[in-house]
Structure formats: C-alpha cells, structure tokens
Design a protein around this ligand. Structure first.
Ligand code: ZN
Length: 416
C-alpha cells in the first residue's frame, strides 16, 4: 500500500492530488515529503473570495507541515498558483489544507491544539518535536475558530469572578455561563474595574443582558455596581463559594497574627502547621481531629473564628429566605461581639449585602456554588501554567482553550 492511499483515505481533496512521496534523511532524522499538484483542468480559487478565476502565474514551492506519522515529520510540498481574480485582483490561490500564510496544515494545527488540552503546551512541543511557538499558534487558531462559531443564545445565568495573573500583580475579570445546560468561560477582561465589567456587557449586548435571570458574583463593589445597572432584571446572588472564601481568608489572618503573638510571648507554637483548620470537619483526618480538640482548650481566637465559620455553614441549609435572614442576623451579632477584627469585618460586609446574600435562596437550584468554585480552580491552574509567556493575549488564549468549551469544525477524519 502506498502512503498516497492512506492520505486519500484521511484527507482527500477534490481539486488537488497527491503525486508522490519520498523519505528524506536529515540531521534531525527522516522526513516524509508528499508532493501535491492541482488536478488537471482545475481552476485555482481566489484566497480572498473563494471564487475560481484564471491562473496568473505559479509561485515557488512551499512546505506545509502535516500530522507526523510513526514519529516521522510529514510535509506537503506544493507550488501555489496565483489567480487573476476579476473581483479582487491577483492573489495566491486558496488551499484546502492550510489557511493564509500558515506553514502548518489545518489538520496538524487541530491535532496540536487537541493535544494541548491534555498536556501542557511545553509537553506537546516536546512530544511532537516542534516549538512552543508552533503549539501556541495552533491553539490560537483553535480558539479563534471556536470563538467565531460560538452560539450565544439562551444564556440565562452568568457568574462573574476575578483572577490574578503575572504572579498576582494584576487582576482579571472572568465571566462564565453557569446555566445547567451549558457551563463555560464567556469573556475575559483586563483588570477588575467598573470599566472592565462594562466592557463585558457592551460585548454581550442589551438584548442578551435583558434575558439574564441570574448573576452570581463576589462582593466586589465595581461588579455590584455594574451588575445592578446592566442586569437589573436578573436575580443577583452573592455566591456561597465567595462568601466562604472571605471567611477562610479571615481565619487565615487571625491565625497568622496569633502565631506571631504566641511566638513573641514565648509560648509554644500550637498553631504552627495548622492551616488545615480551614478544612471542613468532614475532611479532617483522625489525627487532625484530635489536634483540633486539643486546640479548642486554648480558647484561641483562631479556634473561635474557625467555629464561627463552621456555624455559618448552617446558613446554606435553610429553605426559607426569611429564616435564613434571621440566622444571618444572629450570626452577625455574635460575630460582632467576638472581638476578632477580621471576622467582624466579614460580618459587617455580610450585613451590608444582606439582600443579595439572601437572593441565594431565591435562586436555589438555579445556581450551584460548585460551578463557580470549579471554574475558579481551573482558571487558576490555567493561569499558573500560562506563566510561561506572560502576555495577556497568550493567557487569554490559554483560558479560552481550557474553559471555553469551544466547538471544533466537523472534520472527516480525527487525527487524535
Ligand atoms: Zn477574489
């Protein structure tokens, strides 16, 4: 069997034929070169408008990298014609296996982009003996295609979250669709200002914004302001994940300052390595549970803060927003008397946003806190992986590739 036969099976062109193949030995190893030519009597098509036109001249031969076979690099060799298009003038012809000036075939670019979902970009470059830049361009192409072909209809619930990049020095705003039927990253913007989120709504459009039923977000003021203005008809929910994150952060602060105070007072560092206090009780190991019981005896602020947070978990179990509201008030009162400043700060914040927090019960079933939390973790992971290139554009591409649930063209053959 000839290689041509396989190629015609996986990637057949109506206007071009595979003529011959040969194995070329290079310093980097063997390379398979496949020669193509236009079918006899076929007219070249203009790459601008895709209309056929008379041939103008033929350019020099170009190499297009194709999906490797058995660890051997594969190249298509073809001398493109130029078309004298009556509409656009003289242009190079359209080729079915590559777009524009790309030296990667479309099939190979999709191949790399798919692998880049399973492995890091660096690993993909290593495994397929190519460069990081080529993997990046492949992913960029996949993301651009996917974003152009997105269906943005029937979006009823969104979640607004912030992210940090460049080792935490800069902020990002991420908007997710969190409908039960579709969960994905919709939009990314630089910074977390009023202007940032306004940018999302400008892109999203008035009509779609008016159709939103639920918006979940953190208590970040600029977000609250913009959501109130641009999605006024939606139920705005301060989601569980973000509220609990504020409590965890407060405990962290209490613990850090208490460790310092104990140390300077010459006491044994009972709180050392006890960051696991932030865990839910059901996630504690037996050893950690005993340790917690010991710590409780010290009546430390950290422990009291921890218990206040644990108590707050009951809030989410309420069925009626009325009783939840009563609970919230009792909890806030007690916390305000705790004399633990970071916790009091959270209580003040919760009080200030009481209606939006109670909206959680109005939206029950429609918004799961797990979605926002899951996206938040995945985004952090993608951003961390993306440190390699440091540009905003690169990170945006990485985020959409990982979280955008972008579609792919329907090919006749999937190479991976
Ligand atoms: Zn044309």
């Amino acid at each position: 069997m000839q290689i041509k036969t396989i190629l015609n099976r996986v990637l057949r062109h109506s206007a071009f034929v595979y003529v011959a193949e040969r194995l070329v030995e290079t310093v980097a190893g063997p390379t398979l070169e496949v020669q193509l030519r236009a079918r006899a009597n076929s007219r070249p098509r203009c790459s601008r408008c895709d209309r056929p036109g008379p041939g103008y001249d033929t350019l020099g031969q170009r190499r297009f990298e194709f999906v490797p076979l058995w660890g051997i690099k594969v190249f298509f060799l073809y001398a493109p014609r130029r078309v004298s298009c009556t509409h656009c003038g003289v242009h190079v012809e359209a080729l079915p296996w590559a777009v524009g000036k790309h030296r990667l075939t479309t099939a190979y670019a999709w191949f790399l982009a798919r692998w880049a979902k399973r492995l890091s970009w660096k690993e993909v470059a290593e495994v397929f003996q190519t460069s990081w830049d080529i993997v990046f361009h492949a992913v960029e192409m996949a993301v651009e295609w996917g974003r152009e072909h997105r269906d943005l209809s029937a979006i009823t619930a969104i979640g607004v979250d912030e992210g940090q990049w460049q080792r935490g020095h800069r902020y990002l705003t991420l908007v997710y669709q969190i409908d039960t039927h579709c969960k994905r990253l919709l939009w990314v913007g630089k910074k977390r200002k009023v202007k940032t989120l306004l940018g999302f709504f400008r892109w999203f459009g008035k009509e779609r914004s008016a159709a939103l039923q639920f918006v979940a977000s953190d208590m970040w003021k600029p977000y609250l302001r913009v959501i109130a203005k641009k999605a006024a008809r939606a139920v705005h929910v301060l989601d569980r994940f973000h509220i609990m994150a504020h409590l965890s952060k407060a405990i962290d602060e209490v613990r850090a300052s208490e460790v310092k105070a104990l140390k300077s007072g010459g006491y044994e560092p009972v709180l050392k390595d006890s960051r696991w206090l932030l865990k839910r009780p059901e996630n504690l190991s037996e050893k950690q549970e005993i340790r917690l019981a010991e710590l409780v005896q010290y009546n430390l602020k950290t422990v009291r803060a921890y218990l206040l947070k644990e108590e707050f978990q009951f809030f989410w179990g309420y069925k009626s927003w009325y009783w939840a509201g009563q609970f919230l008030e009792r909890w806030c009162k007690r916390t305000m008397r705790s004399r633990i400043e970071p916790m009091k700060k959270v209580a003040r914040m919760l009080r200030a946003h009481r209606p939006l927090i109670l909206n959680w019960f109005r939206a029950k079933g429609a918004i799961s806190s797990g979605i926002v939390e899951g996206f938040n973790n995945k985004a952090k992971l993608s951003i961390r992986k993306a440190y390699g290139f440091r540009t905003y554009h690169g990170m945006e591409i990485a985020l959409f590739h990982a979280l955008g649930a972008l579609s792919e063209p329907e090919g006749t053959h999937r190479f991976c």
